[in-house]
Design a protein around this ligand. Structure first.
Ligand code: TRP
Ligand code: SF4
Length: 405
């Protein structure tokens, strides 16, 4: 896990189609995506097959969930001009790669992923002892490796899945990256870098392989990545050769840990549909107002004259997300001295939530009115995504002995 730095990354992330999104999703995930789309090449997709791994008995929920979610992405400010948006099941290569990777995936790797047992216990009203559910992280691995993503923004619960995709990539490259005559081909590729770069490459490679100097490895990778005139095949050879192995056909992605959102639910617990404590991004303003007005406050404040403590109050957590230092000061002092009432204290957060809500609703309107525009965005995104997916699969098939006619 690491931060991204200034380098231009290929960023990929997915979200299970879950219908309308709430402010927990916005502050936790979408704000981060909006930021990333300006700095990197971004691919964001709806993981609709992943929904079926747990909800195989309710296919009727998928279609609406998908479009509601995409509209919320757009409402949050995801810009289809900056990021490529697509739907997993429209790119059948995800399934093909999942199948091919399954051939080399030890069962024990899947069984030991922590979410496997956890989710089975949590969703105990469902029979999740299925093949598809066990394969959940491998499908996610295929999602990631198919686009040769370098960075995958995810929450902490998903880090083990990205870790697994690194292990699978390594195993794949180890098994299939050693073409015959590999070393000669790599040496030829070095010559194609030009005399000066070739010398530099060899020096950096030595520094890494003999002395384990990581920064030399990074410099050499940058040298290869930045070289404009060599083929993809040679690039893969040069990158693989740097680390002493074969071709890097599927590069290892890094997890980019999304900072934990401080956004609480209406009851102070984590905001989540299953706790029934959410405010949806496109909720009606009157509903937002009444939900926040009804929120529990510090139970010590029975009467207006009773002083309270913001630490015991979920409304304070909302101030932490939405309020300026001055406003927070006003809350702290007013609450502890019983100088302000709870309704008064809630007003600025209600206004702040409504302000964002108005922006979401405004952005969403044209998409709600013209579903064809949303379909068009996704069709374009799928086309771009598929072109990359096809390229990767050509190489994967050929590496696995399937490129014959
Ligand atoms: N499993 C992820 C989640 O539940 C969603 C997901 C599917 C994903 N495929 C992915 C995330 C690929 C990142 C990359 O949040
Ligand atoms: Fe909570 Fe504000 Fe009331 Fe204090 S004044 S208990 S912080 S709502």
């Amino acid at each position: 896990m690491s931060s991204l730095g200034l380098q231009n990354h290929k960023v990929l992330s997915g979200m299970r189609a879950s219908g309308r999104l709430h402010l927990g999703h916005y502050h936790g995930v979408l704000k981060n995506w909006v930021q990333l789309q300006h700095e990197h090449q971004c691919y964001f997709f709806v993981a609709d097959w992943h929904v079926l791994t747990t909800h195989y008995d309710s296919p009727e929920i998928i279609e609406k969930s998908v479009w509601d979610m995409v509209i919320d992405w757009l409402a949050a400010g995801i810009n289809p001009g900056s990021a490529t948006l697509f739907i997993q099941s429209k790119i059948p290569e995800h399934a093909e790669l999942h199948l091919l990777l399954s051939m080399l995936t030890p069962l024990s790797w899947l069984e030991r992923v922590p979410t496997y047992k956890e989710q089975q216990e949590k969703l105990n009203d469902k029979d999740l002892s299925t093949y598809g559910f066990l394969g959940y992280p491998l499908l996610q691995t295929a999602d990631i490796l198919l686009y040769r993503a370098s960075a995958v923004p995810v929450g902490a619960d998903q880090v083990p899945h990205v870790e697994m995709s690194r292990e699978i990539a390594r195993r794949f490259n180890h098994l299939y990256g050693k073409e015959t005559g590999y070393e000669e081909k790599a040496e030829d590729a070095i010559k194609k870098l030009g005399k000066k770069n070739a010398k530099f490459y060899n020096q950096l490679r030595r520094e890494f392989l003999q002395d384990g100097n990581e920064s030399s490895l990074e410099k050499a990778q940058a040298l290869v990545d930045g070289h404009a005139s060599i083929s993809i095949g040679d690039k893969e050879r040069l990158l693989g050769y740097l680390e002493g192995g074969g071709k890097i056909i599927l590069p290892e992605p890094q997890a980019l840990l999304t900072p934990v959102s401080k956004m609480p639910g209406l009851d102070g617990q984590k905001m989540s549909k299953s706790y029934n404590n959410t405010i949806e991004m496109r909720e009606e303003p009157e509903v937002i107002e009444s939900k926040i007005k009804k929120m529990q406050t510090d139970p010590a404040r029975v009467r207006l004259t009773d002083p309270g403590n913001p630490d015991n109050c979920p409304v304070w957590q909302l101030h932490e997300v939405y309020s300026s230092e001055d406003a927070k000061d006003w809350v702290q002092k007013g609450c502890k001295s019983a100088g302000i009432g709870c309704l008064e204290c809630k007003r600025p957060v209600i206004d702040a939530v409504l302000k964002d809500n108005a922006i979401f609703k405004e952005r969403a309107r044209e998409f709600e009115e013209s579903p064809d525009i949303v379909r068009g965005i996704i069709t374009d995104g799928c086309e771009k995504a598929r072109a990359i997916a096809k390229e990767t699969m050509e190489e994967v098939r050929s590496a696995m002995g399937l490129n014959y006619r």
